[in-house]
Design a protein around this ligand. Structure first.
Ligand code: FES
Ligand code: FES
Length: 169
């Protein structure tokens, strides 16, 4: 096992939104700061105690709070941030849902909320209202009161189901 000294820097590789990056980081550096320094500034910091979820990204298929991971722990990982969700300028159904149903105001929680919704719908394409609320319970919003976020996720769930049907017919 390689031991890294506290003042030693380590080279890590990350694949973010399909593109490879190499960074040299101190072992104590948090993943959220590395992602932001790479230009993914849609990943936000809303707290210092792991409860707000504004820093949520998808890492190796799971939603994670990137403020609660060291960048060295993410070495070799595949990460998706909100910047990687649209394709060729076309919004992902979840992004469209937040727009259509007014699921955002200041927009600070939105990237994390959208990534959590992405994970939720991948795990459970037909969530009930209760399952949606439970699914986003790690993501705090101080503006919307959550109701329109729930509606946005329901919209996305419907649209994604339709797209699946179109693909298979
Ligand atoms: S910044 Fe609040 S949970 Fe990560
Ligand atoms: S839209 Fe402002 S915190 Fe959620």
């Amino acid at each position: 096992m390689k031991v890294v000294e506290p003042n030693e820097k380590v080279a890590i590789k990350l694949k973010v939104n399909g593109k490879e990056y190499e960074e040299v980081v101190e072992p104590r550096r948090l993943l959220v700061h590395v992602l932001r320094d790479l230009g993914f500034t849609g990943v936000h910091v809303g707290c210092d105690s792991s409860n707000c979820g504004a820093c949520t990204v998808i890492m190796n298929g799971k939603s994670v709070k990137s403020c609660t991971l060291l960048a060295i722990e993410a070495n070799g990982a595949e990460i998706t941030t909100v910047e990687g969700l649209s394709s060729n300028g076309k919004l992902h159904p979840i992004q469209e849902g937040f727009w259509e149903k007014h699921g955002l105001q200041c927009g600070y929680c939105t990237p994390g909320m959208i990534m959590e919704a992405y994970f939720l719908l991948k795990e459970n394409p037909n969530p009930t209202e209760e399952e949606i609320r439970e699914g986003i319970s790690g993501n705090l919003c101080r503006c919307t009161g959550y109701q329109n976020i729930v509606e946005a996720i329901k919209y996305a769930s419907e649209k994604m189901k339709k797209q699946e049907i179109e693909k298979t017919t």
